[in-house]
Design a protein around this ligand. Structure first.
Ligand SMILES: [Zn+2]
Length: 791
């Protein structure tokens, strides 16, 4: 074969003369080529490659309830506001779902599509729920815990009053006689009634607990600490009613949300949710909020009332030709229940003009935190905070606003109205993304109920990775049911991937070891590997299409699962000798899978050949080199000792194999498996805790099987020995004595063969034939016996 553009002659010359020339071979060749052509020295025409039309990123926009092409205001930057937590209690699985799903979507935009995302999230630290919780916690400490050093009769009486008041306030039909309380609760069909009164199970549980401790305390059967803990839930509403208005110290209202904000951040960190680019706290935005409200009044869409509150005028806004109210859920516009829930439980009497109007600024009553304003002492309403803080950082038009689907109406619809009234523009938010509901075992979970699983509790049972997988297995905008079958599916996916990564790392280490030992390892691809590369390419295209189609993570994970199974088939083929193993194609597949998983928030190991195992960080960091190496060195040293002793004692080969097996078992306990391969050398695999346990289980099962097999063998041997014994006993019988049993026969011929049976009847011909055969067999056997005796 000839090289490009060189005649046999020039090739010949280049071989002969190059060593003596003072310029390198490529230049020499180029010179030859130039001399042999008359074309001008310019670059030839370049052909623009033709491309297929790429898929466009589409996102489900709640403003149209359709997947819309995503067009950010600036081509490379995305502005995003996410409604943050109201911090007054534990974060629960509903929060986990919302914030992990938002995190996954944010990471995809940032790390897959390459946008610079400015992600702003607020902390709601001024809120009716916070005010009530802070006040109640404070009053419980001050009025009960600090006041009582012992559980005396007066305290028990007080406890009874709390129980009675709580029961009357929360159990419809209960008359207030404490003795009737337990029978009354027993008569309630709580599950059926809870459809109409969702908090009923919580009320009943609190009452049972408190009633029980009060009864026991009356007979000196409870400790003070126990009493206080059990009475708290029913005591605080009464205390708040009586003393709530006296709580004025601003610190009291700061302490509680600060505590829960920190807890929330820690939960998010454990779930590997990226912190916001910017965090905005309502308590740090009160002057800005007041100014914003004032501007809305100036623009004609809000009004102050005589009590010092300010309301948004929904009717005026709705009737304005440039504006629409309730863009997200216009069908909920008149829903008083939703509107009132949005207004908070402390605002029962209002002077607003229209039922749908909502508070921008609330006059504070005694016992509520307040800030000075031109309308008097007050505090921000709920919805206004997000409009002000989002606009402050992101401006008058924002690309994405996200939150839980519960927030659509009234919260987000009111945010839109306020901001568009303030900026006098038509579209404050371009894309509204709402995360679907979370159900637990088919049941709806609600923020205000105490039937939730906290994130802390969930993390005791599941790893952060498993929770993230559960959420990524669903579509971000659809409901997810956190049920056992889904968890199982997730765990199996997780284990398949973990095993795959372990194998890949082992194969790679093995390959590198071989190369460093000076072995020649072929990298040439055959059709099998080329087919695998095509499968990778298909997977990449499918994942791209899935991301473009509304960030469809469940599809992405399925594609990854399929690709892993194809790669596993290939690896299996190499283990059974069907094909050889080419490491490069496997590494290419693995690195791509790890990259996509990393984008979804399953962080990659530093070598990019797997995801980070949660236990990886605590084991490696602190221990010294000796500590890490010692258990392995010990196993090796023990192995050496035994091998030496066996060799010195000239032991049998089987003994060496036994010692090898022991070493292998010891290594499993250290998290290393040695997989035998047809070509000799074992594949060394580093196992994580889960794999190690599984391995040990398999090993135990194998040992059990071996034991059972051994037992069967022994039983069989015993049976054989017995048979042999019987045979030997039978051997010694002379043939003529074989049929001498008088219970069977009564007459015999001279040979000793029966002629009549015990009843005196003639032995039949066929019977006689049978007996004859047995007789002959015994003759042979007896002959053998005589022979063995004489030998
Ligand atoms: Zn909000």
């Amino acid at each position: 074969m000839l090289c490009h553009g060189l005649s046999p002659r020039s090739l010949f010359f280049s071989h002969i003369y190059t060593p003596d020339l003072h310029f390198p071979l490529p230049m020499y060749k180029a010179l030859l080529r130039q001399m042999s052509t008359k074309k001008p020295v310019t670059q030839p025409a370049w052909h623009m490659p033709s491309a297929q039309t790429p898929p466009v990123l589409r996102i489900n926009n709640s403003l149209t309830r359709k997947k819309e092409p995503f067009v950010p205001i600036s081509p490379s930057r995305v502005s995003w506001y996410c409604c943050g937590p109201t911090v007054y209690n534990h974060s629960h699985m509903g929060h986990a779902r919302n914030y992990v799903c938002s995190d996954i979507c944010r990471r995809i935009l940032k790390d897959y599509f390459g946008y610079n995302v400015l992600f702003v999230q607020n902390v709601t630290d001024i809120d009716d729920k916070i005010i009530i919780a802070a006040r109640q916690q404070y009053l419980f400490e001050e009025k009960l815990v600090k006041k009582h050093q012992e559980l005396d009769a007066a305290l028990v009486e007080e406890g009874k009053r709390f129980v009675s008041a709580y029961a009357q306030a929360n159990l419809a039909g209960f008359e207030g006689e404490l003795a009737d309380l337990v029978p009354f609760m027993d008569s309630l069909d709580v599950p059926a009634l809870s459809a109409a009164v969702p908090k009923l199970p919580m009320y009943v549980a609190a009452l049972r607990k408190a009633h029980d401790v009060v009864s026991r305390a009356a007979q000196n059967g409870a400790s003070l600490a126990e009493f206080m803990a059990a009475i708290e839930d029913v005591a605080v509403p009464s205390l708040d009613k009586e003393f709530g208005h006296t709580v004025t110290e601003p610190e009291i209202f700061k302490k509680l949300p600060a505590f829960w904000e920190d807890k929330f951040n820690k939960d998010m960190e454990r779930l590997n949710v990226l912190p916001p680019s910017v965090t905005t706290r309502v308590s740090e935005y009160v002057p800005e909020i007041a100014a914003f409200v004032d501007q809305i009044i100036s623009n004609g869409f809000a009004y102050a009332t005589d009590d010092g509150s300010v309301y948004f005028d929904t009717v005026k806004f709705e009737n304005h030709p440039d504006h629409d109210y309730a863009k997200l859920q216009p069908w909920n516009k008149g829903s008083l229940e939703l509107i009132e829930e949005g207004e908070g439980s402390l605002s029962t009497q209002t002077l607003k003009k229209n039922a749908a109007d909502f508070a921008l600024w609330k006059a504070s009553k005694p016992g509520e935190p307040s800030w000075d304003s031109k309308w008097g002492p007050g505090r921000p309403g709920w919805h206004i905070e997000c409009s002000v803080m989002a606009s402050d950082i992101l401006g008058s038009t924002i690309d994405i606003h996200s939150g839980g689907v519960d927030l659509c109406f009234p919260h987000h619809d009111n945010e839109l109205a306020q901001s568009e009234a303030y900026f006098e523009n038509k579209q404050w938010i371009n894309y509204f993304m709402h995360n679907g509901h979370l159900h637990i075992q088919g049941q709806k979970m609600s923020k205000s109920l105490k039937n939730f699983i906290t994130i802390e509790e969930a993390l005791e049972t599941y790893s952060a990775r498993q929770l993230r997988l559960v959420f990524a297995f669903g579509y971000w905008d659809k409901p997810i049911d956190f049920k056992d079958s889904l968890v199982k599916e997730v765990q199996s996916f997780e284990s398949t991937l973990a095993k795959f990564f372990t194998t890949i790392r082992a194969l790679n280490a093995d390959y590198r070891h071989s190369v460093s030992e000076g072995k020649y390892v072929s990298l040439k691809l055959s059709d099998v590997e080329k087919a695998l590369l095509v499968q990778l390419e298909t997977a990449q295209a499918d994942v791209h299409a899935a991301f473009c189609d509304n960030l469809s993570t469940p599809v992405v994970l399925r594609v990854i699962g399929d690709l892993v199974s194809k790669a596993n088939t290939y690896i299996q083929g190499s283990a059974t000798g069907q094909n050889e193993l080419r490491i490069e194609v496997l590494l290419e597949i693995t690195r791509w899978i790890v990259k996509i998983l990393d984008i979804l928030g399953f962080e990659a190991r530093p070598d990019k050949l797997g995801w980070m195992d949660s236990d990886a960080s605590d084991s490696a960091g602190s221990a010294s080199k000796e500590d890490v190496a010692m258990p392995y060195v010990k196993a090796l040293s023990q192995f050496r000792d035994e091998v030496r002793n066996l060799a010195i004692g000239k032991a049998d080969a089987s003994e060496f194999l036994r010692v090898s097996d022991t070493l292998r078992a010891d290594l499993i306990n250290l998290g290393i498996s040695l997989d035998d391969r047809p070509n000799g050398g074992a594949l060394v695999k580093f196992l994580n805790e889960l794999e190690k346990e599984e391995f040990l289980k398999q090993q135990q099962a194998k040992e059990q099987q071996a034991k059972e097999k051994e037992l069967k063998k022994q039983q069989q041997a015993a049976a054989n020995a017995k048979k042999e014994e019987e045979r030997l006993a039978k051997m010694k019988i002379k043939p003529e004595e074989l049929f001498q049993d008088k219970a069977l026969y009564s007459e015999w011929d001279e040979q000793g063969l029966p002629t009549k049976n015990a009843a005196g009847e003639e032995v039949t011909k066929s019977m006689r034939k049978k007996l004859m055969k047995q007789y002959q067999q015994q003759e042979k056997l007896y002959g053998e016996y005589l022979k063995s005796q004489s030998a």
